[in-house]
Ligand binder design. Structure first.
Ligand SMILES: Nc1ncnc2c1ncn2[C@@H]1O[C@H](COP(=O)(O)OP(=O)(O)OP(=O)(O)O)[C@@H](O)[C@H]1O
Ligand SMILES: [Mg+2]
Length: 237
């Protein structure tokens, strides 16, 4: 049996008095790539933020490699090895590409093969020639790669990606698909939020579908592809 790396059990999340997530449960095994699919406003980002401690979850439990995450601060959750790539690309426009990567180094994480700027460039060869360019001058796709690279510099074992291909050109989607598969090949566990089922089908093993803050479906990508009802009710197909 594979070990569950991340487990959410019966989680409720509120923004102030607005109840956003209802009884969300999900499980991801080590080394798996799982997508959380849903339309605009379904609760995808809120789920990722709840795992990261950026939105406050209540109720059941969130466990990561056996450690309880509920109530912990985002920096502690990052220290435990969870990396979050938000949908807004938080690079520093006035720092160079290399500086953006170097300031994200986290010491003492004890990864077997820690990430370095050079390793990030191996994964994303497109940004290597831009080493000395300011972040603010990168294209959307290049910024996305840099944002993922910055998160990798913290040596996470679980990567949370929020709509990584949203708004990037089709050729960049292809490239990101290849790179995310590479990361999975390196043993990273990946959970990503997505609206684009075609991209999701290409890079994930399993899917959860969320609608109005509730999980409506879980299964393999093949099961989802064959489930016309779920696709037409909860996804934009
Ligand atoms: N800071 C906030 N305060 C109050 N309500 C919020 C806040 N952020 C999100 N919401 C609401 O929570 C619900 C879920 O939003 P969320 O951002 O998680 O959806 P999403 O699935 O990520 O959507 P999208 O595809 O547009 O990114 C929506 O109804 C949204 O309006
Ligand atoms: Mg979102």
């Amino acid at each position: 049996m594979p070990m569950p790396c991340l487990e959410l059990a019966n989680i409720h999340t509120y923004y102030g008095t607005s109840h956003i997530l209802f009884d969300v449960s999900l499980e991801i095994n080590e080394g798996e790539s799982v997508c959380l699919l849903g339309r605009n406003g379904a609760g995808k980002t809120t789920t990722l933020k709840t795992i990261m401690g950026l939105a406050k979850g209540k109720g059941g439990a969130i466990r990561f490699n056996g450690a309880s995450l509920l109530g912990r601060e985002p920096y502690e959750i990052a220290q435990l090895g969870v990396g979050f790539v938000p949908d807004e690309r938080l690079i520093f426009p006035d720092l160079t590409v290399r500086e953006n990567l170097e300031i994200a180094v986290k010491k003492g994480r004890g990864a077997a093969a820690p990430w370095t700027v050079e390793r990030v460039y191996e994964l994303f060869p497109v940004i290597e020639p831009l080493d000395r360019r300011l972040g603010g001058y990168l294209s959307g796709g290049e910024q996305q790669m840099l944002t993922i690279g910055r998160t990798l510099m913290g040596n996470p074992s679980l990567l949370l990606l929020d709509e990584p291909v949203e708004g990037v050109a089709p050729v960049v989607v292809q490239e990101l698909t290849r790179q995310i598969k590479n990361l999975k090949g390196m043993g990273l566990t990946i959970l990503f939020a997505e609206q684009n089922m075609h991209f999701a089908a290409d890079v994930s093993d399993r899917a959860y579908v969320i609608e109005k803050g509730r999980i409506r479906f879980q299964g393999s990508m093949q099961e989802l592809a064959a489930n016309e009802e779920v696709k037409s009710k909860y996804l934009m197909i």
